[in-house]
Every structure is written in structure tokens, then in C-alpha cells.
Design a protein around this ligand. Structure first.
Ligand SMILES: Nc1ncnc2c1ncn2[C@@H]1O[C@H](COP(=O)(O)OP(=O)(O)OP(=O)(O)O)[C@@H](O)[C@H]1O
Length: 387
């Protein structure tokens, strides 16, 4: 994806001012029960989201990244209350919305909106664009000033479409245009929080940046707050103020964008970052730093003990298998859950013997990466000696 318009400095400046908290999530869980037999007894649960804490401040963009199956979409659906959480709490503008029922949530539906990944599936093909974008007004019984049609046409212009598109049907539009229609619909009621689940991943790479830029411009114009979910960092890297990295239902790192890019601390973050192509010619050697993760994300039905990433991590030692690392603020604005973080002092220096899985994982990591931290270097030597 090409560069988005905003400069790094502008976003960093915006992030640095402490702003009011709009959304606060504590200990959030979403477990899907697995039932079996005639009596449909519960025999287990898919722990899609398994205890996460974060806040979103007014006017900021929080990017949420992680591989497929890490629980990002579930998190998005739970914080917008499209699904009920199993545990934990969600506060919006200081109000506890964790257990609000449909009627209780109705007024909040104006303030919290969601944009979905699939611009083809999320628009009803039998409805005109006018009908689709005006639906929120009908559902909420809102009559905008100047009438619905005028407001819808204004919204279409706002997202870069023509007001003449009002009577057309979704099939007449390209993927990028359809996503603009989805954005117009989400913005109709002037929401305070927009949760966008993979908003551009179904689109052609050439138009991904256009849609992300549009969202960025609209944020400035309308004072929106975003949570943008993506499976890799390339989409969110230029527009996020802060980024949360999710792995198997947990947040493993949460940091200001610049801290995350300059010095990622969780090995999983580092692996995700190494998968993003680097356009900078000065870093031509970067390709050799690519970290390949072995296998898929383990099952969220029975996640690995201790640190959930230990089965794929090249730094994992015994403590990683036995003790879950807490999400700690190791540097201001950078929270990490790791016993052996990158770019920071080892949190369990006494524990140096690598697990077998780590030795195997290390084979997929270039020497350059392993050599970056003295602790890893020592551990990889141990691994080599162990063989
Ligand atoms: N309704 C459901 N019932 C049972 N399991 C579910 C349900 N929804 C999601 N899951 C499971 O929860 C886990 C997390 O899924 P989720 O879609 O939230 O992940 P994700 O990180 O958004 O991945 P993707 O990018 O593929 O959507 C997966 O193992 C998924 O199979």
C-alpha cells in the first residue's frame, strides 16, 4: 500500500496530548461455548477474547493487529455490543454498557458504528444507495435538517461520491466505491466511535490507501475516534496513534505507533513487522530479517499454557511455558507481556535454556535478528550447544 497523506509527526503530535477516554475495556472476555450430545451440554469453549484491557481516547485511532483467528473481529463485535461479552466490562463515555440490553443500547447505536470488511456482502443488492445510506435515519427515527435525501447526498459527497449516485444500485460500483458507501452509512448519524473491521483488506491494493486516506480525512473533519482492525501492520501503520497487537485472545503489546516501530518489544510484534515490506531503499537488507512463524495460531479452545506465544517463539524458555507474563508498561506508553522482551532488559534473566520449540523456531529467524539482542544471542548459542 502506498503512503497515506498524514505525516508521522502530525500523528505523533496528536497522540501525545492526553485526551479524554472515550472507551474503556477491562478484563474483556468472549468465550463461545462448545456443546455436545442430545442435552447440548457444554464441553468446552472457544476462548476468542480472553481477558483484554485497553482504552481508546477521543479523536485517536487505535489499530488492532494480529493473525487470523486471534480474536480481533470478536473483540470488535463485543465492544460495539453486537455480541455480548462473557466477562469483563466496557465503559463508553464513562457509562457502563457491558450488560445493556437492545433497548438500552438503542440510543448508543448512534454513537457507536461499525464498518465491515466485505463491501460486497454488507450492502443489500436490492436497495438503492439512497436507501442504504438513509437506513440509519429510518431505524433511529431521525429527521436530519433539510430532509433525508439532502443529507444522504451531502454524505455521498463527503465520501467522494456523486450525489447523483442516490438512485443507483450497489452492483454498479467498484469495491472501493462500495466501501465509501459503507463509510457514508456508518457516518450518517455522526457517531463518536467507529470500529472498522478490516475495512480495506477486500480491496485492490491500489485503492486501499485511498480508502484509508478518506477515513483519515473524515476523522479530522468530523472529530471521529477509530478502532481499526487489520491482520497485518501495513494498513494501520500510517494512520494509527497507538497499536494493540493481539495473539490468541490476548493483547501482547500495546504501544504508541512510533515506539512500536522504533523498538518493538514482543517477539510476536517483531515477527508481524518483519512481514511488512519495507519500501525504504536504505534498508535494502531488511528482507533478510524476515521472521517466519512456524505453523498456525494454536486453537483457542485449549490455548498453550503460560505465554500463549511460547510454542512459536524463538526466545521461549521454561518460565514462558509455566507462567503467563502480565501486560506491563516497560517504557512510558509501551505495554508488553513478555518474559524476554526485545529491545529491553530481560525480565527473567535467570531462565536461559531455550525450549525445544524455540530452537526449532529459531531456525526460521535470521542470524541478524537473533544477534540483535544479547540475551537472544546467548540463548541461541545454548540452543546450538544443546544440539
Ligand atoms: N460465533 C462463533 N462461534 C464459535 N467460535 C467463534 C465464533 N466467532 C468466532 N469464533 C472463533 O473465535 C476465534 C477468533 O475469531 P475472530 O474472527 O474473532 O478472529 P480474527 O482475529 O478476527 O480472525 P479473522 O481475521 O480470520 O476474522 C476463532 O477461532 C473463531 O473460529
Amino acid at each position: 500500500m502506498s503512503e497515506t497523506k498524514k505525516t508521522d509527526e502530525a500523528k505523533t503530535d496528536a497522540a501525545s496530548g492526553e485526551r479524554e477516554v472515550l472507551l474503556k475495556v477491562e478484563g474483556l472476555q468472549k468465550h463461545f461455548p462448545i456443546r455436545k450430545g442430545v442435552l447440548q451440554r457444554q464441553v468446552g469453549a472457544v476462548k476468542a477474547v480472553d481477558g483484554i484491557d485497553f482504552e481508546v481516547r477521543k479523536g485517536e485511532t487505535l489499530g488492532v493487529v494480529g493473525e487470523s483467528g486471534c480474536g480481533k473481529s470478536t473483540m470488535g463485535r463485543v465492544i460495539t455490543r453486537l455480541q455480548d461479552p462473557t466477562g469483563g466490562s466496557i465503559h463508553f463515555e464513562g457509562k457502563d454498557i457491558t450488560r445493556l440490553n437492545t433497548a438500552g443500547m438503542r440510543p448508543l447505536r448512534r454513537d457507536i458504528q461499525m464498518i465491515f470488511q466485505d463491501p460486497y456482502g454488507s450492502l443489500n443488492p436490492r436497495h438503492t444507495i439512497g436507501g442504504i445510506v438513509s437506513a440509519p435515519f429510518r431505524l433511529q427515527g431521525v429527521e436530519p435538517e433539510g430532509g433525508v435525501k439532502k443529507e444522504v447526498q451531502r454524505l455521498l459527497e463527503l465520501v467522494g461520491l456523486s450525489p447523483e449516485h442516490y438512485n443507483r444500485y450497489p452492483h454498479e460500483f467498484s469495491g472501493g466505491q462500495r466501501q465509501r458507501i459503507g463509510i457514508a452509512r456508518a457516518l450518517a448519524l455522526k457517531p463518536k466511535l467507529v470500529v472498522a473491521d478490516e475495512p480495506v483488506s477486500a480491496l485492490d491494493v491500489s485503492i486501499q490507501a485511498q480508502v484509508v486516506n478518506l477515513m483519515d480525512d473524515l476523522q479530522e473533519e468530523l472529530g471521529l475516534t477509530y478502532v481499526i482492525i487489520a491482520h497485518d501492520l501495513s494498513v494501520v501503520r500510517h494512520v494509527s496513534d497507538r497499536i494493540a497487537v493481539m495473539y490468541l485472545g490476548k493483547i501482547v503489546e500495546l504501544a504508541d505507533r512510533s515506539s512500536l516501530y522504533e523498538a518493538p518489544m514482543h517477539p510476536y510484534t517483531k515477527a508481524l513487522m518483519s512481514a511488512v515490506p519495507v519500501p525504504d531503499p536504505k534498508r535494502r537488507g531488511a528482507k533478510s530479517e524476515r521472521i517466519l512463524l512456524r505453523g498456525d495460531v494454536p486453537s483457542p479452545i485449549s490455548p498453550p499454557s503460560g505465554c500463549r506465544f511460547h510454542t512459536r517463539c524463538w526466545k521461549a524458555t521454561e518460565i514462558c511455558k509455566t507462567t503467563e507474563p502480565p501486560l506491563l508498561e516497560l517504557r512510558p506508553g509501551q505495554r508488553v507481556a513478555c518474559h524476554h522482551p526485545e529491545n529491553f532488559a530481560d525480565q527473567a534473566p535467570q531462565d536461559t535454556v531455550l525450549l525445544t520449540a524455540a530452537k526449532e523456531a529459531a531456525e526460521l529467524v535470521s542470524d541478524k535478528v537473533l544477534a540483535k539482542s544479547p540475551e537472544t544471542e546467548a540463548s541461541s548459542e545454548d540452543a546450538a550447544n544443546d544440539k
